[in-house]
Design a binder for this molecule. Sequence first.
Ligand code: NDP
Ligand code: 2IT
Length: 449
Amino acid sequence: MVRAVAPSIESIYGDVVRRNPGEEEFHQAVREVLDSLAPVLARHPEYTEMKMIERICEPERQIIFRVPWTDDRGEVQINRGFRVEFNSALGPYKGGLRFHPSVYLGIVKFLGFEQVFKNALTGMPIGGGKGGADFDPKGRSEGEVMRFCQSFMTELYRHLGEHTDVPAGDIGVGGREIGYLFGQYKRITNRYESGVLTGKGLAWGGARVRTEATGYGATFFASEMLAAHGTSLEGRTVVVSGAGNVALYAVQKATQLGARVIACSDSGGYVVDEGGLDLEVLQHVKEVQRGRLSEYADRVPSARHVAGGSVWDVPCAVAIPSATQNELDGDAAARLVRNGCIAVSEGANMPSTPEALEVFRAAGTAFGPGKAANAGGVATSALEMQQNASRDSWTFEHTEARLQQIMHDVYARCSEAAEEYGSPGDLVVGANVAGFLRVAEAMHAHGLV
Ligand code: NDP
Ligand code: 2IT
């Protein structure tokens, strides 16, 4: 057999861009991973030969579907639904659903791609996938959200299963939406298949700590990074972006660990409260009323709301970006560094732009990339699947201890891989290398599939 010349990482990236036109976020996520892989290929020629990178960059299956529903005025609405089943080498496709008007194939693919490596880093038996719709839940009634979820599941159900593909929440999808989705799945299939979705309510198969898991995990990851530098969160000022599921529980855990969380944000602006945010008020405004952050400042006299503006203007020692992709650019990173920020733990997926990453690298800021730092959410989803499979239900304490251990292990895997592959302390390289190696080893064992 005549062997072809091995394509360079540059030409693999060029092909990804050419074959996936217009999908900027996907290109960005792929670029960052490929930039870490040269030393891996140098040690594993078999992966070049088997076109492992090219295969990993190509989703196993991509589903795009129409989601018709009727709004409260009787008007017909049409949305577009997605599920990208990216990689099943390590287990059933696993990853959240995002409902946000910005959702298109490029966002779902970037998230699915990241999910493959993240899930591998947890050490648990889960493949990677992601889905969602360009539906905007903002301002929609309960009835509209329910009808949308039912229509969405009426197509998606045929692609799911506890051993096939197991969605969960992401932006715009929380416990309420998972409830409607589960109800419709059960109705169509006539099966009480608890393990088909995670993030379920505690009364019907959900797991304790899943709601808190991503924010808690990102905070534990920050603690791991600080511990490696001989310090801790105790007495530190923290800024969190976002005010959704991940952000709120990062605020809670950081506060419990002795930090002072002084600011958070939503798409309308940010609030600063130098004495520390009042989580109870925050939860009431965001989780109960589904309101705007400006209402927090109306209720807490010591707080100030800044409409528009960047939350990264607020000086802090530790930043936990927990809103959305590319929310922290090079300028914001430079301001954070100038203001004394020593650690960044990404609660969101790819919140830092490549320019921001360079700034943090140059400044020596401890940096935990999302695929490692926010892995606690999906890891606890895997714990939920485990409880469902054994029809068991664990205590909060036990589950949180498992989560903390998992975050410790994720940190160790990244840190050791960074060291072993020539970039000590660089957790971006470490996460990409360690995630890639686990997936590639399984794919190699499965043959050319
Ligand atoms: P939520 O929908 O609960 O909250 C999202 C928050 O981010 C809101 O405060 C929202 O503000 C803000 N936000 C979202 N999009 C934008 C935008 N385009 N511009 C400005 N602000 C925005 O989502 P989650 O907390 O679940 O998710 C947050 C991030 O964490 C995402 O990147 C998600 O992929 C990631 N993640 C989530 C996990 C989970 O378990 N839920 C697990 C791992 C990662 P507003 O309400 O004003 O839109
Ligand atoms: O980005 C993520 O890891 C999630 N949204 C959670 C996925 C999951 O299956 O729990």
